[in-house]
Design a protein. Structure first.
Length: 334
């Protein structure tokens, strides 16, 4: 699926915006704050069904009554997304939908400037990164995580209720145990798949003999559903005091290991960037292997963070994908 054109109305700072896209590489150049990232956000929403950074009311241009995103494809098909201040609607395949159906979603590799600082990021930031990545690769992961988060919100609301009792949490505990274990199963499998390739791909970028891996750290260690459920019930008094769920997969962490040491503090700036580039290349390959289609690649102002060698590596590795890039400067994509 090749994007040929995108048109925006009242999307963030854009009252009207039109971009014709090339089959391979499209460059959006502009000063910081001019709305370049918003264009990528709109493309992502039309391809994936939701924004990667905000809710719809935050996207709507101030003072406007609606926003509209129209994405045209080279094969003549199109996806139109509208939001009227209350309801979102997708027009695709000649039908209207409140959510983008799975069959119309298209895979995306999204590369944001913050991703280059992932090695030293907070546990929450790292979880968000891998959750987004795994959701692109695995539909089952996205479903399990969504159900887990819904149960977590409900349990946390009950923990703040004046009618709270241990029994009132039981059904939510069961759901958290079920979907929490499913999420962990997918995370373990995907991290294993990444680690099988990470060092090799990293070495092609960094041109050295370093060894790299991602370590997935599960809060409380490995456990089955019954063990997970028992831990939640054992934490009841503590959770009641703090007013939220203190144990679970939403507290798990990822650590980057560089030559048997924590990468944060032992790897240089260039080595860290090579690790993240390797992750992105592996993500694109894993998506292609799972769905049989090359993902669209959205690169948001990452070239300013990379030296010339890594810029060329990025372009070369994504040469078979449609790539849309934002930048404050023109650069030679060849």
């Amino acid at each position: 699926m090749i994007i040929s054109k995108i048109k925006l109305n009242n999307f963030r700072c854009h009252e009207e915006y039109l971009l014709a896209c090339r089959k391979k590489t499209t460059l959006i150049v502009g000063e910081n704050g001019c709305g370049k990232t918003s264009v990528l956000e709109a493309i992502y929403e039309a391809l994936r069904g939701k924004s990667f950074r905000a809710v719809d009311r935050d996207i709507l241009k101030r003072g406007a009554e609606y926003y509209r995103v129209e994405l045209d494809f080279a094969d003549g098909e199109k996806t139109v997304v509208t939001f009227d201040g209350d309801h979102k609607q997708f027009l695709v395949g000649g039908k209207k939908w409140s959510r983008l159906p799975k069959k119309y979603r298209y895979s995306v590799v999204l590369f944001l400037p913050d991703d280059l600082h992932l090695v030293g990021a907070s546990p929450g930031r790292k979880r968000d990164y891998f959750d987004r990545s795994f959701s692109e690769i695995l539909e089952n992961y996205s479903s399990s995580l969504s159900k887990y988060n819904k149960a977590l919100r409900q349990r946390n609301e009950l923990l703040k209720s004046e009618f709270l009792s241990k029994d009132s949490l039981f059904s939510w505990n069961v759901m958290l145990a079920k979907y929490g274990c499913e999420v962990r199963k997918w995370r373990v499998a995907e991290i294993l798949a990444i680690n099988r390739r990470l060092t090799e791909v990293y070495r092609t970028i960094a041109d050295n003999e370093d060894v790299v891996e991602v370590k997935y750290e599960m809060m409380g260690g490995e456990m089955d559903e019954s063990g997970y459920l028992a831990r939640l019930e054992a934490e009841f008094e503590r959770d009641k005091i703090i007013g939220h769920t203190g144990f679970g997969v939403h507290r798990d962490n990822y650590e980057f290991i560089f030559n048997s040491k924590m990468a944060d503090g032992s790897a240089s700036r260039g080595e860290v960037r090579s690790i993240i580039l390797a992750l992105k290349f592996i993500e694109a390959d894993m998506i292609y292997e799972k769905v049989g289609k090359k993902p669209v690649v959205l690169l948001d102002d990452v070239f300013s963070e990379l030296d010339e060698k890594r810029q060329k590596c990025l372009v070369q590795n994504f040469k078979d994908n449609q790539v849309i890039i934002t930048s404050v400067d023109y650069f030679d994509g060849d």
